[in-house]
Ligand binder design. Structure first.
Ligand code: TYM
Length: 333
């Protein structure tokens, strides 16, 4: 069975629609056919300064939400990154392989560091993609289901893996990004040329899965649309309507063509109401299930402990092989 690994940051009170359609939905599918490892990357979340109680809550909400969205801990290995210290250990090895220039070219780092300025940018943000490479290669993953914004990080992972293998002998599986074209980039409802993001300046165009239905209905009804009246998919000239069509299609299962036919001659208002209904119907049970899981924290932590143990078994093996390939002397048992 091929291996899959992916991760998500617990940096918000809820995942947004882009996280679900771009990534988590594929995680749920892939757990049926692959040996799948999924983690809440709490160490990555440390690159954003957060109150300890908030980080703790968000990490548990993230894990509960993943289960509510369809991850089955009996079918996949679900764990918290910081429970598996091998991530940091392999991260260091890969940092010693990555070039400074190479890491400087990561566009997410460039964007984020430009926004906050050099003095307020933490070093962890710079090495972030290298820790991500360790997350992936520690599990010898073949596939990494992510949204388009992560493509460059997967490329870096591949480069580091190939470099290691050619210098020290075959050690790592070289992973491939698994990016679904139709949901690779879900855009902000207020600025449909920018991706929907947790770090958006305003939350008005971000659909949070755990928000109450009325909040999301309001956001969808006030989504920015385009000139003209037709409901047709045209990303260049009608980015707003195209984004809403992608969202409807992904959640309802109707093809974009069918939706265009169904809404031919109807106005933007009717179409937005339909999108709002599809979104709220889809996520109502997820909200409910997340709350149920959070109500029994001990049971949730127990599930995660089982996942972490399974993850550590694999991670420790890869780390031992890596250390040995590097010539690090193992301790005498
Ligand atoms: P994160 O936490 O920002 O996002 C989680 C996943 O959601 C996808 N995504 C989107 N997809 C489509 N449209 C959008 N608007 C959108 N916004 C977010 C992301 O592409 C991602 O797949 N660096 C990663 C976390 C990570 C990771 C890993 C991923 C750490 N280690 C190892 C894969 C493998 C991140 O910040 O994702």
């Amino acid at each position: 069975m091929k291996r899959v690994l992916s991760g998500i940051q617990p940096t918000a009170e809820s995942f947004h629609l882009g996280n679900y359609l771009g990534a988590v939905r594929q995680w749920v599918e892939l757990q049926k056919t692959h040996d799948a490892f999924y983690c809440v990357v709490d160490l990555h979340a440390l690159t954003v300064e957060t109150e300890p109680a908030v980080l703790r809550r968000r990490t548990l909400v993230a894990a509960a939400q993943l289960i509510a969205l369809g991850l089955d801990p009996d079918k996949c290995t679900l764990f918290i990154q910081s429970h598996v210290p091998e991530h940091n250990q392999l991260g260091w090895v890969l940092e010693c392989l990555a070039g400074f220039g190479e890491a400087s070219r990561m566009t997410q780092f460039k964007d984020k560091s430009q926004k906050s300025g050099a003095d307020r940018t933490v070093v962890g943000l710079f090495t972030y993609p290298i820790l991500q490479a360790a997350d992936i290669m520690l599990y010898q993953a073949n596939l990494v289901p992510v949204g388009e914004d992560q493509r460059q990080h997967i490329e870096l992972t591949r480069d580091l893996g190939q470099r290691f293998n050619s210098r020290y002998g075959q050690t790592f599986v070289i992973p491939e990004a698994y990016i679904l074209k139709s949901a690779a980039k879900i855009n902000d409802l207020q600025d449909p040329t920018a991706k929907m993001s947790k770090s958006a300046a305003s939350n008005a165009g971000v659909i949070d899965i755990l928000d109450a239905a009325d909040i999301n209905v309001k956001k969808i009804k006030s989504a920015v649309t385009d000139t003209g009246k037709e409901i047709v998919f045209d990303e260049k000239n009608k980015p707003g309507i195209s984004n809403l069509l992608s969202i409807h299609s992904a959640l309802s299962g109707n093809s974009i063509k069918d939706l265009e036919n169904q809404f031919a001659g109807k106005g933007y208002g009717d179409f937005k109401s339909a999108v709002a209904e599809v979104v709220t119907d889809f996520f109502a049970p997820v909200r409910q299930k997340t709350q149920e899981l959070l109500a029994d924290e001990a049971a949730l932590l127990q599930l995660l402990a089982v996942g972490s143990q399974k993850a550590r078994d694999v991670a420790a093996k890869t780390l031992a092989q890596t250390y040995s390939a590097l010539g690090l002397v193992p301790p005498k048992l």
